[in-house]
Design a protein around this ligand. Structure first.
Ligand code: TUI
Length: 309
């Protein structure tokens, strides 16, 4: 079954759930434009997420998703709350929950899992996921170890549910390439950072718009949760702390983690581009102008269908 049919979409384009960023306004704008908008639960409490879900319902009657970040201390409670709300689609990320698919199925909710490897893709298919989103390490935020180019065809060969490609895709060329690799849809985050409806601080948006191809850095590998973000004073501090700790017999991982505490909020809300975490993918260099979600989706879908001709 195609992703459009499965999720009732006009375009097989999913807006990536970006922790602390993608709210009801962004999600509804993407859904209204025919893609699948996604509210990111991130580290929010269930009441905040439920308020966003209700807001999205007021803004659109089209399907939208809630992305649950499994590293959140509230993940379990958020899952129960959004299942009770009967959201159209749930997407898990940063972890592989085992019983979620059957709970979703009972309520008629579609469930997609973001996966960073073939083994986890297989596990999520077995657990009952309706589709998997194979996310390569070109992506922004918390990433796996393998590139989209290598991950997508290997996942496509390993599972029989539809595969959505993520990481490094921002235009119709990337979308066409993903389909050639066996994907039936794409998940796009970084390009939507520059959407008019994206609620990040303008300083953050401007950094994305000005970013060049090699302007991202991966920090936090020592913590087991590597994160890709635009290079700034914070990433330099992070990398220096990691290097120091790695040289010790007993590395102090907590000290490295402390460098990033509260830094996403600093970027998103305060617009601190030096000490905030400016999460973005390697494709940021391709994102040049601020556009509405409708313009972004129309442009990508148009380029894609031209290329297929
Ligand atoms: O989750 C993401 N991207 C994110 S989450 C996030 S918030 C955050 N901030 C600081 C540190 C960590 C997170 C920002 N960006 N993408 C999807 C993704 N899922 N990437 C990696 C995974 C993943 C990893 C392990 C999915 C499943 C998995 O399973 C492990 C297991 O065996 O349970």
């Amino acid at each position: 079954m195609s992703i459009c049919h499965l999720l009732n979409l006009r375009h097989p384009i999913i807006q990536g759930g970006m922790a602390g960023i993608s709210d009801a306004g962004l999600a509804a704008a993407v859904s209204e434009a025919g893609g699948l908008g996604t509210i990111a639960a991130g580290n929010f409490t269930p009441d905040i997420v439920v308020a966003q879900v209700r807001k999205a319902r007021k803004l659109t009657d089209k399907p939208f998703a809630v992305n649950i970040m499994m590293l959140s201390p509230y993940a379990e409670d958020v899952i129960s709350a959004v299942i009770d709300e009967r959201v159209p689609v749930i997407i898990s990320g940063a972890g592989a929950p085992s019983g979620l698919a059957s709970r979703c199925k009972e309520k008629g909710i579609k469930y997609l899992a973001v996966v960073p490897s073939v083994a986890i893709a297989r596990r999520m298919e077995k657990s009952g996921a309706d589709a998997v989103i194979a996310e390569g390490m070109e992506a922004g935020g918390h990433i796996g170890k393998i590139t989209t180019m290598c991950l997508v065809p290997q996942v496509a060969d390993a599972v029989s549910v539809p595969v959505v490609a993520a990481g490094g895709i921002a235009d119709g060329r990337g979308m066409a390439a993903a389909f050639m690799l066996g994907a039936q849809g794409v998940q796009i985050g970084t390009r939507f950072l520059a959407a008019k409806e994206c609620p990040i601080h303008q300083n953050y948006k401007d950094k994305v718009l000005k970013a060049k191809d090699i302007d991202t850095e991966v920090t936090g590998s020592i913590t087991g949760h590597p994160v890709r973000a635009l290079r700034n004073k914070l990433t330099a501090l992070f990398l220096a702390a990691e290097k120091e700790e790695l040289g010790k017999d007993e590395p102090d991982v907590k000290r490295v983690e402390a460098v990033g505490a509260g830094a996403l909020r600093k970027a998103v809300v305060d617009g601190d581009t030096e000490y905030g975490t400016l999460m973005a993918g390697q494709i940021a260099g391709l994102v040049r102008i601020e556009q509405t979600c409708e313009e972004i989706i129309k442009e990508i879908a148009g380029q894609y269908s031209e290329l297929l001709k």
